[in-house]
Each structure stands twice: as structure tokens, then as C-alpha cells.
Ligand binder design. Structure first.
Ligand SMILES: Cc1cc2nc3c(=O)[nH]c(=O)nc-3n(C[C@H](O)[C@H](O)[C@H](O)COP(=O)(O)O)c2cc1C
Length: 177
């Protein structure tokens, strides 16, 4: 039975989860997460993205060593590498990165609705991580997302930390900066 979580509730309660239970994701749940990425809107609907799904524990452990804050990958049920053409290549539109961010957030929220936590991992050792994932040289990747049921389920309903986000008054401008 899927837990029901409204859109706002999901957005407002979402937090990063870095410790995962030793429990695999159901096939349909993983498919839901991947579909959430696929359904994201992209500039000109070009959908310049690909997702690499990693579930093998040894593979995840190796990937977890390719960034200083990527350790959570080792315990994830699934990691998804976000792959695109290089947004820094000459003439490449910056919208590639914007599009990929939208796809990633769709995945993260769809997972959260199902009680599945996630965390981004920034890759620092691009060559080694790219080799581990067999990414073709013309493609680019910067982030993996860890997914899994939280080791501590209370995280799903814990109240937001005070001061965890800047107040609207600091961010919002009316009409002009
Ligand atoms: C572009 C980006 C890269 C991130 N890279 C990492 C990372 O390498 N490792 C990690 O544990 N968290 C990473 N994070 C997660 C942030 O630390 C997290 O979004 C932030 O601390 C807010 O956490 P909260 O949503 O739990 O409040 C990354 C987030 C973003 C948006």
C-alpha cells in the first residue's frame, strides 16, 4: 500500500537521507522513480539525459569512493547516475544542467512520496567514476543519487530543523532586485 503524500507535503517535508536500511527497492518503486525523471519537462523537450541504475553492492561501494561526500552510495539500495551532454562544452546550452536538475528533483520527490529517502553524491574523480560506469567520452556526469528506505524511518516525519532554509524575506524581491 502506497503512502499518500500531497505535493506540498512532500516538498515541505523532504530532507536528505544518507543512511539506508538493508532493504531493496521494489521493482515498481524504482520504475516510478525513473519515470518521474523521464516525465520532467526539458528545454524544447530535448530530454538530453540518461540514467544509469546501479544496484550491485560492490559497484556501489566503489562508486562511493569517487567523491569526498559520496560515502552514502555504499549503503544505498539503488544509485542513479545522471548523465547528459557536457553543459560546459562550447556552444552547449546551460539548459542541459537546468533540465537535469528538474529530472533529479522529480525522482527525489517521487521517492519521498513512497517513503524512500535519497541523497545526491557529487563526483570528484570523474575519470575513475566514468570508467566504473562505462560512460562514453562525449557524455558528461557530475552527480549520482542514492535511494533507499531510511535506516531511521522517523526521518520521514521529523519536523523541519529551525533555520534549515533562509526565510522568504531574504530571497524574494518585488518587481526588481
Ligand atoms: C548540487 C548538489 C550536490 C550535493 N552533493 C552532495 C554530496 O556530494 N554528498 C552529500 O552527502 N550531499 C550532497 N548534497 C546534499 C546537500 O548537502 C543537501 O541538499 C543540503 O545539505 C540540504 O539538506 P536537507 O535537504 O536535508 O535540508 C548535494 C546537494 C546538491 C543540490
Amino acid at each position: 500500500m502506497e503512502p499518500a503524500l500531497g505535493t506540498w507535503e512532500a516538498i515541505d517535508t523532504l530532507r536528505t537521507v544518507r543512511a539506508f536500511a538493508d532493504r531493496p527497492l521494489e521493482g515498481w518503486a524504482l520504475e516510478r522513480i525513473l519515470n518521474a525523471g523521464r516525465r520532467a519537462g526539458s528545454s524544447k523537450n530535448l530530454q538530453r539525459w540518461a540514467f544509469i541504475v546501479c544496484r550491485d553492492r560492490d559497484h556501489l561501494r566503489e562508486l562511493s569512493t569517487t567523491g569526498p561526500w559520496a560515502g552514502h552510495l555504499a549503503g544505498a539500495a539503488v544509485a542513479v547516475a545522471l548523465v547528459s551532454p557536457d553543459p560546459r562544452a562550447e556552444g552547449a546550452p546551460l539548459s542541459i544542467a537546468f533540465d537535469l536538475g528538474r529530472a533529479a528533483q522529480n525522482m527525489v520527490l517521487a521517492a519521498w512520496e513512497l517513503g524512500i529517502g535519497s541523497a545526491p553524491a557529487t563526483i570528484y574523480e570523474h575519470q575513475r567514476a566514468g570508467d566504473l560506469l562505462g560512460i562514453p567520452p562525449e557524455m558528461h556526469f557530475e552527480y549520482l543519487l542514492s535511494f533507499g528506505y531510511p535506516a531511521e524511518p522517523a526521518v520521514l516525519s521529523a519536523p523541519n530543523r529551525a533555520g534549515g532554509r533562509r526565510p522568504l524575506a531574504e530571497l524574494v524581491h518585488e518587481e526588481r532586485w
